[in-house]
Design a protein around this ligand. Sequence first.
Ligand code: ATP
Length: 328
Amino acid sequence: MLRSSLDLELVSVTKRYGDAVAVDNVTHLFPAGSYVCLLGPSGCGKTTTLRMIAGHETVTDGAILLSGRDISHLPPAKRGTAMMFQSYALFPHMSVRDNVAFSLKMKGEDAASRNRKAGEMLELVGMGHLAARLPAQLSGGQQQRAALARALITRPQVLLLDEPLSALDPFLRLRVRGELKKLQRELGISFIHVTHGQDEALALADQVVLMNNAVIEQAGTARDVFLKPRTEFVARFMGGHNVLSLEGKRYSLRTDRTRIVAPHEGGMNAAVTTSEFLGTHVAVNAIGAGDTELTAMIPEELFTAAPVEPGQSIRVGWHPADLHPLNQ
Ligand code: ATP
């Protein structure tokens, strides 16, 4: 990927709280104009990383550069970044318009100009008709858009989103997810989006950054991180993979490339533990040699034609090319 002068870079960034290291010597380049999802288990350092970029948390060591400028010690409003919080943090006593215009008011911009800009930003997120409402008179999805407009009005180069979809019900989450991606494309700025959800990251991100224990475990395109996990942790965290140990080597194997085969074919004997009907597929879970947990995602019609029962002995097989070696 070409480097651009507008990139955001973390250079050996560390955050310590007393003896605890929340972010450990992280160096990473977030390409300008890209949708990046910061993913990882609870406590891995995602939010701390986001908050340091935003300026809501100090950096213990290292530097944060935006467009080549060291922003590590600038106040949040001077960085060229804006943050949208999980709780949306809208002021309850102010109209949506005044919420969106708030940061411009703080900068001393006159009422006519800030109201016009707030109106434009609300139009952009499809909320123009609700500008006079109070936050309590909005649905969850509408509050989310108001918070988005409020973050974007400062014209940031980088928008930081802390679990922006977590308060929405599953149906709305999918819709708003699509809208976020569209908005990012239209604006051409970088979005850095913290999420717990692998599916969310795969669906949205140009770049997935997977953190574990205060460091980046793997970063790359969604396809790369899913299809070529470097470690067992990545394979297990991203989901959709079995992890196998064969002749002393570790491999990941996609569950949808894991098959139930005839007894004499290559593979591993296993005992079915459960099967789950998932609509298009049935997940057959089994225990193989060495207590290996295996899941085979069988297309629904294949399963229906040859169902298996808990307790049944099966042969689990794969194509050798589908075994992906993992770093030990
Ligand atoms: P989650 O998904 O649960 O929000 P996270 O990946 O965002 O987790 P962080 O909030 O960045 O994780 O926390 C990273 C580590 O730093 C955790 O071990 C956490 O307990 C610790 N930590 C975070 N904030 C503080 C603080 N203000 N004081 C002390 N320790 C903190």
